[in-house]
Design a binder for this molecule. Structure first.
Ligand code: GMT
Length: 380
């Protein structure tokens, strides 16, 4: 198939999922055309099956805001015709599904290119649910030729908010070959030079991730006499507040802020416990990546996280903001090597058996085939 994919190229899990999906589809022999403002971060190399089409925007003094959605729609339509795309697959509904529908409609006399929208989370639970975007998001869902959601939780949230239920759940995935426990890697010595235990958090440091809770957990763990350090991977709007909080608690000597990293698996591979105290998480891709590296997860019991992390088997789940319980859970894991290993092994088993590329990518391909066939039948 010739597949067009649009993602947010710089931030967030939806961009990672869309990019890795495209890469895997190309390895399976499909031609993949990424259409976005810049090359998606996880897409380090292009080849004869992976192409990139940059959305260019003309700037004009009259525009208070650049109409990116229209430039994207124009590019989608141009690429769809030139590359004979079989479908456009957009990740994150706003505004990508609307741009894709516009593109489809603008060229449908020449070629009907079905639109598949994958919902990732805040496009439904936060941004899409806001009154300023709700009607157009519902329209985007109704007009898409196919809609998928990354968790059962997100499907249910979409039904409740948009009264729309034609949704296939296709969960996020990991390639087991790229995620490993590497306890003896030199990075471990660098991050924990005196043999400290390592807590790791990975996020885009937005308020919804509650990164401050990680510092509170570290403080409580250390107060119990456990020599632990916290590694904060990523960057975002909350980072300076987190640093300030760390300073106030006298913890910054034991927090390592490493910023955005290209290879998250390096940090997860050397971790003892992964912390994800989010307020909202439709799936929790970082928790899945941690489990794939055999790292037990201490997280909140919200959204799709209970679908990914087995409470009491591969991690421990708590109510949002319950840093006392999350600290107790972290201490339990840090103090018991056998428990940590058992949780790690269970996490890896769950990650590979439920969420490996081998299991999930064929579900996307089958969905593509179903939608393309349906569109062809409707046109005949
Ligand atoms: O968090 C967002 O605002 C959007 C999105 C993103 O691009 O990171 O995150 C969502 O998609 C991820 C990939 O499917 C999920 O793993 C995250 O749980 C989800 N984030 C939220 O629901 C807050």
């Amino acid at each position: 198939m010739n597949i067009g994919i649009t993602v947010y190229p710089t931030y967030g899990g939806s961009g990672i999922v869309g990019s890795e999906l495209g890469r895997d589809l190309a390895e399976r022999g499909h031609n993949v055309h990424f259409i976005s403002s810049v090359l998606p971060t996880r897409l380090t190399e292009l080849n004869e099956r992976i192409h990139f089409h940059e959305v260019e925007m003309m700037s004009y003094a009259l525009f208070e805001h650049q109409p990116y959605d229209l430039a994207l729609a124009t590019k989608m339509a141009t690429v769809a015709r030139a590359e004979k795309l079989d479908l456009l697959h957009v990740h994150y509904a706003i505004p990508h599904s609307i741009s894709a529908i516009l593109a489809r409609e603008s060229i449908k006399q020449k070629r009907y290119v079905p639109v598949i929208t994958t919902l990732h989370g805040t496009d439904i639970t936060l941004v899409g649910a806001d009154r300023s975007y709700l009607p157009i998001t519902r329209y985007g869902l109704q007009q898409s030729d196919g809609v998928t959601a990354v968790s059962k939780f997100l499907k249910q949230a979409t039904i409740e908010t948009f009264d729309f239920d034609e949704i296939e759940v296709i969960p996020n995935f990991i390639c087991g070959k790229h995620y490993f426990r590497t306890p003896d890697a030199p990075l471990r010595k660098e991050l924990a030079p005196n043999g400290e235990r390592l807590l790791v958090h990975v996020s885009n440091f937005r308020p919804v991730k509650r990164p401050m809770d990680c510092v509170d957990i570290l403080a409580k763990v250390r107060a119990e006499g456990v020599n632990a350090r916290l590694v904060m991977v990523g960057d975002g709007p909350e980072l300076s507040a987190v640093r300030y909080h760390g300073e106030q608690l006298g913890m910054n000597g034991n927090v390592v802020y490493v910023g955005k990293q290209a290879n998250i698996a390096d940090y997860l591979g050397v971790a003892d416990v992964f912390l994800l105290p989010s307020e909202l998480e439709s799936f929790g891709l970082a928790a899945l990546e941690a489990q794939a590296c055999e790292v037990p997860v201490v997280a909140t019991r919200i959204g799709g996280i209970p679908e990914v992390v087995n409470d009491g088997e591969s991690g421990f789940l708590s109510d949002v903001g319950d840093v006392d319980k999350m600290s107790v859970d972290t201490l339990k894991l840090l103090g018991d090597e056998d428990l940590r290993r058992a949780f790690g092994e269970k996490g890896r088993e769950l990650a590979v058996s439920r969420y490996s590329t081998e299991k999930i990518i064929p579900q996307y391909i089958a969905f593509y085939e179903k939608i393309v066939k349906k569109a062809k039948a409707a046109a005949a």
